[in-house]
Structure formats: structure tokens, C-alpha cells
Design a protein around this ligand. Sequence first.
Ligand code: 13P
Length: 252
Amino acid sequence: MPNRPFIVGNWKMNGIRAMLSEARSIDRGAARHPDVRVGIAPPFTLVLPMAEDMQAAVIGAQDCHAKPSGAFTGDISAPMLADAGAQFVIVGHSERRAMHAEGNAEVRAKGDAALAAGLEVIVCVGETEAERDAGNAESVVTGQVADSIPLGEEVASRVTVAYEPVWAIGTGRVPSVADVGAMHRAIRAKILEIYGEGGAAVRILYGGSVNAGNADELLAADEVGGALVGGASLAADSFLAIVTAASGAGGE
Ligand code: 13P
């Protein structure tokens, strides 16, 4: 089922071992929806115990270093994540772009490192509110896609793009379904330009204030292949409601 929707929970800097039971509940729910691929990206400290626990859900991380090892105090490499049982890594989240000054070239290097370690990559892109107000949202986002996704048609099957408008993250504000569809179509066109036909299989997730109430309509927008969920992924009930909505949507 290559086109089954991918619903990913990004736990950000939330979660201690007491939250493993919540992850187990998510995993049991994921098992009830085999037509949806469910992922959780916990903080680094929970990657190993979660990966050991999960039956149906896949576990990933929220970032990695571009180098496989070395004198990089405090950093975690892609091979370390693979060794801990991660299957994917998120790179280029806007919180890292903004708070850690990560640019497109660094994001691409991290994605390349993740692929080299055998992981899948979720590359995040998204415009700020000022960029949208200035009418530049589409050029900013397609520019980020062009400059930060890993290159080479052979890697396309392991790349996912997540469109997360910065102004929609954690704010309760979401773009209109029409705006989501228009942006996802523009991202698809750029991906096809980069990867050729192989780009047709790349999932494009929407992220930014996705919740049980709006998931249905956001997932039905053009070219939306799933969701990257922050706040609503921290509780099994709210996250599984989104998984259920994706199950109803039945794919891209
Ligand atoms: P929220 O769902 O909390 O808005 O976060 C979205 C996000 O940044 C996921 O990566």
C-alpha cells in the first residue's frame, strides 16, 4: 500500500518514560487501521524504548547531525538513530530552522546522512506569516523544497515532504483547504521537476494545528498524503481520531 496515508506525531520536547503507555495505546490503535501508516517521533531519549515496544507504528527522530560520528558534543547521528530502532527522521522543522539557524543546505546534508544510514526522511518546509502576507508563500516553499530535499531519483521512495506553515504551528490557525491544496500542488510540481516520475510517489504531509476536528477536511485536500501532528499527537485519543480520519480518507 505505497499510497496509504502517513500520520506522524511529532512529540517535540515532550515525553518521559511515563508516556510510553500513551505510545502503546497509539500503537494498538494503529494496528486497528492497517490502511494508515502511523509514526511517532519522540525525543531522542524515548526512541529506543518505543522502537522496542511498537508492533504497528513506526518510530522516528526529530533531527540528526549531518556527520555519522565525531566531536559534536550534544548531537545525535543518523547511524545512532538507526541503531536505536528509528525508521525515519524529521529534518528542517521550522523550529530548528528558526531556533538553530538551520538553512536549506544543512537540512539537505542531514537528509543525505539519514538516507545513508538507511533511514527515511521527512523534510519540513513552510512560509512565515510575513512571507504569506507579502504574497511569497509559494515561491518560499517551493524554493525550500528545491534546496533542501535530498537529490537523486533513486532516493525519492524514502523521502516525504511536510508542508507546515510556520504561522499555523501551535496556533490553532490553519490555512483554507483551497490554500492547502494549492500549495501541495505546487510542491508536487516541484518534486516532479526534481525527481522525475519517481516524484509521484513522494508523500506530502500537511502540518500545523491538525486536530480531530479539522483532520477530515485537511486530509481531503489535493495532494495531501497525511499529516504531521504536534500537540494533538501527545494523547492517544486525539491522535487516533486523526488516524481514524485518515483511514476514512483511504489514501491520496
Ligand atoms: P501543532 O500540531 O502543535 O501545530 O504542531 C505542528 C508541528 O510543528 C508538527 O511538526
